[in-house]
Write a protein that binds this ligand. Structure first.
Ligand SMILES: NC(=O)N[C@@H](CC(=O)O)C(=O)O
Ligand SMILES: [Zn+2]
Ligand SMILES: [Zn+2]
Length: 426
């Protein structure tokens, strides 16, 4: 049976326009102002907005190995709750998908247990540590979407250089967690005023920028698609801007928390503000937004990093790095950026859906068009709520946005014509 989403608004050419959407066999069959109800299953979404499903190129689902923090089932449900229809899963699980066989096992788990599309990264080095490279060609052949040692930077320049040569040869990206351990050791938040006040050890900006400068040179020399994960400093934005200007094949992401929060908001020793890279200064935060607005930064990725309550209790000194993000990203960004006129809804959707799909060559995601797969999210842009832990479907409740009032709500998410999340009627 065909489904018609009736009386909603669709973002067409950057504008919200009244349109019905007809879905059949998982695909969008028609988009027009009035599609007759006859013979079709009608879903009334009066006053709500249909957006292309969001695409997150950086999430942690923790399975296999750390299923007390998250599973593929709970992580993908959390993604659907946040309006995402495609995510890219990082390989810092156990066992690490560092051989074709282990990658295929991981992929099988994703397909069996996930309710949305999941792309799977392979690691850059065996066990995600050291200098022994994975078999790039074999991992490309089984279907890896790219290579990442996320959680740690690749410390040795020669290893990164060889990895980039190998990735370039198979036309896959290197997604880099950028951090020089010898400059970052022991820090738990940005090396700055708040760390001084709280007597906590700091992570300086140079631990990111020094390695980024190195990597951009190596990327220029190898021609690899280098994707810079979770940029956090103004100087990083400037480095990427200059590299793009001279034609380096670089793309970059920024997280909602680095756009909306900064170190001045950390007034107590609170592990909910502990993540890697850390929240930097207000000036850094502003530079990240400028970088998005001028196209230096290509997309928004959550770096959804769920942890157990136990992992996140006590002091920042001992708690785990990372916060969740999938279920709050659209609502907090819409409220703080679109409602404050810092960007338009079309720009936000571009950064959360169209651009991430484009830079990772997903031709079937990130758009609403006749003939495209029905990967959609339905949102209410006029519904104030408060973010609570109780409403989260992720196992991880470690979000600094809990308690925030937000102006928008995800009502339902559809993957290939099937509802994967629907808010219960109240
Ligand atoms: N961002 C984090 O603070 N933590 C991530 C790893 C990472 O993205 O570096 C995690 O896996 O928990
Ligand atoms: Zn990382
Ligand atoms: Zn990460």
């Amino acid at each position: 049976m065909k489904t018609v989403l009736k009386n909603g608004y669709v973002l067409i050419a950057g504008q919200l326009q009244r349109a019905d959407v007809l879905i059949d066999a998982g695909m969008i069959q028609d988009i027009s102002p009035e599609i007759p109800a006859s013979q079709n299953q009608v879903v009334s979404i009066a006053g709500q907005v249909i957006l292309p499903g969001f695409v997150d190129v950086h999430v942690h689902f923790r399975e296999p190995g750390y299923t007390d923090k998250e599973t593929i089932a709970t992580g993908s449900l959390a993604a659907a709750h946040g309006g995402y229809t495609t995510v890219f899963s990082m390989p810092n699980v156990q066992p690490v998908p560092d051989t074709p066989q282990r990658w295929l096992q991981m992929q099988q788990l994703n397909q069996q247990k996930g309710c949305i599309h999941i792309q799977q990264y392979a690691s850059i080095t065996r066990q995600r540590t050291g200098n022994e490279l994975v078999d790039f060609k074999a991992l490309k052949q089984v279907g890896a979407c790219g290579f990442s040692n996320d959680g740690s930077g690749v410390q040795t320049a020669a290893t990164m250089y060889q990895a980039m040569q190998a990735a370039a040869q198979v036309h896959l990206p290197i997604a880099a967690h950028i951090e020089d351990d010898s400059l970052a050791h022991g820090g738990v938040m940005n090396a700055g005023l708040s760390a001084q006040k709280l007597h906590l050890p700091g992570i300086p900006a140079v631990s990111e920028t020094a390695q980024l400068a190195r990597d951009l040179e190596l990327a220029a020399a190898t021609g690899v698609h280098y994707h810079a994960c979770h940029l956090s400093t103004a100087a990083s934005v400037e480095l990427v801007r200059a590299a793009k200007k001279r034609g380096v094949n670089v793309t970059a992401e920024v997280t909602p928390h680095h756009l909306l929060l900064d170190e001045s908001m950390i007034t107590t020793d609170n592990p909910l503000f502990k993540m890697n890279p850390p929240l930097r200064t207000l000036a850094d935060r502003q530079a990240l937004l400028s970088g998005l607005l001028d196209g230096t930064i290509d997309c928004i990725a959550t770096d959804h990093a769920p942890h157990t309550k136990l992992d996140k209790q006590g002091s920042m000194l001992t708690a785990a790095f990372g916060i969740t993000g999938l279920e709050t990203s659209f609502a907090v960004l819409y409220t703080s950026l679109v409602q404050s006129n810092l960007c338009s809804l079309a720009q936000l959707v571009n950064w959360m859906s169209t651009q991430p799909a484009r830079i990772f060559h997903l031709t079937q995601a990130g758009r609403i068009a006749i003939g495209a797969p029905a990967d959609l999210t339905v949102v209410d842009l006029n519904h104030w709520t408060t973010i609570t832990a109780a409403n989260m479907l992720s196992k991880g409740k470690n979000s600094p946005f809990i308690g925030r009032k937000v102006a928008a709500q995800i009502k339902a998410t559809m993957v290939h014509g099937q509802w994967v999340y629907q808010q219960e009627a109240k």
